[in-house]
Design a protein around this ligand. Structure first.
Ligand code: ADP
Ligand code: MG
Length: 327
């Protein structure tokens, strides 16, 4: 049996693959190619991507042909926007641009109220029209834009696992920048263990771990990516309700689901919504579990995930509470 461990950088993030089985090396290489192809289609920045083409045509009044995979992700994104009352919204891109733009200007001044209000007027499910039967999409307002950064890595993890399966891989873990998906068990028969980042420590310091069988685990937090404006750090997850980086009282939100795309979108939404509203949202998803870490570093776990959680050595005294989601 082959055991392959590969580290890569794709879709603007670190990608780790651990693949076991007869065909592991070939499967690992095939997944690396798949991820590059998905990046070429869904990147916000890459010239020639579906997303760039769609954004460049915003307000021109013509639908743009995009690949079937992009249509699939856009449809899922619109559905998530509805379910999360707009906390997850891929059309929030003009707001992200406002914050990145202010950082680029370098004068230390955050976006003005007017700039943010203008960007807010360009977002929402209404500005994005999809024509799945024609493989097309359209942004109806000039200046509108989509960014699939909060969902595409999850989709890619789902596709990677599908490809492993079709190539005969028995067990694998893929981690796309905090979107982890697994199949099978480790060769020693043990379940996979997914570490939960300590939001206040450098990358790779875990405050606990989850034992998972075949599942998707996605974490969103304000600690990983940010812009610096003046002396302040502004993280990259925007609350579309007010146009600013989300301040919901959470340091991170982790979601466990069958689909990695769903886990990715819901973890971003939960981070935006905060403890109480995230618990309310989870009521609509009976098969989804979550672990939320609040600003006091208290850990909130849905009942279904309680058993799979273990604090890391040195973190035994963390306060752990049940996140009631009325299931
Ligand atoms: P990461 O991409 O760091 O793993 P997330 O999955 O939480 O983290 O996605 C954050 C990315 O999603 C941002 O970089 C931005 O591209 C986009 N984004 C920011 N705010 C939102 C939002 N409210 N809804 C949907 N996407 C968002
Ligand atoms: Mg996400």
């Amino acid at each position: 049996m082959q055991i392959v461990h590969s580290d890569d950088f794709v879709m603007d993030t670190a990608v780790e693959q651990r693949v076991f089985g007869e065909n592991a090396a070939a499967a690992c290489a095939a997944v690396a190619r798949l991820l590059r192809r998905l990046e070429d289609r869904m990147s916000f920045f890459k010239p020639g991507s579906d997303v760039r083409a769609l954004n460049e045509a915003a307000g021109l009044g013509i639908p743009i042909r995009v690949g079937a995979e992009t249509v699939f992700v856009l449809l899922a994104a619109k559905e998530l926007a509805e379910k999360t009352c707009g906390a997850f919204d891929v059309t929030a891109a003009p707001l992200s641009e406002c914050w990145r733009g202010a950082a680029r200007r370098g004068d230390g001044i955050p976006p003005t109220e007017e700039e943010l209000a203008n960007a807010v007027s360009l977002i929402g499910n209404d500005v994005l029209s999809l024509f799945p039967e024609n493989g097309a999409a359209q942004l109806t307002k000039k200046g509108a834009a989509v960014d699939l950064g909060g969902i595409a890595k999850g989709y890619a993890a789902d596709r990677a696992i599908e490809l492993y399966k079709t190539m005969g891989v028995e067990a694998a873990l893929i981690n796309l920048g905090g979107n982890v998906k697994t199949i099978g068990k480790k060769p020693d028969g043990q379940p996979w263990v997914v570490g939960l980042q300590d939001p206040d420590k450098e990358r790779g310091v875990f405050l606990g771990s989850l034992q998972v069988a075949a599942a998707s685990v996605a974490t969103s937090g304000g600690y990983e990516r940010f812009s610096v404006i003046g002396t302040e750090k502004y993280h990259h997850i925007i609350d579309p309700a007010n146009g600013s980086p989300a301040e919901s009282g959470l340091l991170s939100a982790t979601v466990i689901a069958g689909s990695s795309m769903q886990a990715d979108g819901l973890s971003t939404a939960a981070f935006v919504l905060g403890l109480e509203q995230a618990a309310g949202l989870l009521e609509c998803y009976p098969d989804v579990e979550a672990i939320l870490i609040d600003e006091e570093r208290r850990v909130w776990i849905t009942p279904g995930a309680r058993e799979s959680w273990n604090p890391a050595p040195g973190y035994e005294s963390l306060s752990v509470s049940v996140l009631e989601n009325n299931k």
